[in-house]
Design a protein around this ligand. Structure first.
Ligand SMILES: Cc1cc2nc3c(=O)[nH]c(=O)nc-3n(C[C@H](O)[C@H](O)[C@H](O)COP(=O)(O)OP(=O)(O)OC[C@H]3O[C@@H](n4cnc5c(N)ncnc54)[C@H](O)[C@@H]3O)c2cc1C
Length: 185
């Protein structure tokens, strides 16, 4: 069966892999430019050097046997490691949280910068409507829309949160001199 999946976060990708294993023909669409979703890692240059900041999930815990098996496979692939500071069953992506999602992306095919704006059904089957980039026009930001497939669901108003990314400042070693600056915060 041909199956379209909207969103290449950990959920969409895990779903795609299970469907691929069952020999379905899966196509993933994601409005983002690259792997991560809410498990993104942002690399930034700062005056104190380069930094990688996980600005979604900080770590994962695995209790469900199926998820424990998935984590074991990711550990064998070197994309997760235990993080005892957060608990006995806590895991982090290595080197960043998006390593897990990138690992899953490697096993699938994702159309990045393809925003799904509607799903429509006709006699021929389901149609995916997209906002895709063209060489002259980057994709527009998300627009509000009402689609036939979304109407049966109750309104979902997610709670907003504001992640703050902080790179600890570490003073560079200074040459010894008569007046040495102490560490700044
Ligand atoms: C600040 C923060 C901290 C968190 N901390 C933790 C933690 O410590 N531990 C933990 O387990 N979880 C944590 N979470 C939750 C965890 O990150 C999410 O539950 C998980 O990543 C969700 O995965 P997902 O695949 O369902 O969704 P997402 O990762 O959000 O993926 C959805 C994807 O769909 C794409 N998309 C959306 N709409 C469209 C569209 N119309 N067309 C095309 N593409 C679309 C998006 O670009 C995105 O890539 C945290 C989340 C946040 C925001």
């Amino acid at each position: 069966m041909r199956i379209a999946i909207v969103g290449a976060g950990i959920a969409g990708l895990s779903c795609a892999l299970r469907l691929q294993d069952a020999e379905h023909d899966v196509t993933l669409f994601d409005k983002g430019r690259g792997a991560g979703g809410r498990m993104s890692t942002r690399r930034v240059e700062t005056s104190a050097g380069n930094a990688a900041l996980d600005h979604g999930a900080q770590y994962l815990t695995a209790r469900d046997p199926a998820f424990v098996a998935a984590i074991d496979a990711w550990a064998a692939a070197g994309v997760v490691a235990r993080w005892p500071a957060a608990g006995d069953d806590a895991w982090i992506g290595t080197p960043g949280m998006n390593a897990i999602v990138k690992h899953l992306v490697d096993q699938t095919q994702v159309h990045w910068q393809h925003q799904v704006t509607a799903l429509r059904r006709s006699d021929a089957g389901w149609h995916v409507e997209l906002l895709a980039p063209t060489p002259s026009r980057p994709p527009r930001r998300s627009t509000r829309h009402s689609t036939p497939w979304s109407s049966p669901f109750p309104p979902n108003r997610p709670r907003r949160s504001w992640p703050i990314m902080i790179r600890p400042w570490r003073p560079k070693p200074r040459p010894a001199g008569p007046r040495q600056a102490g560490p700044r915060c």
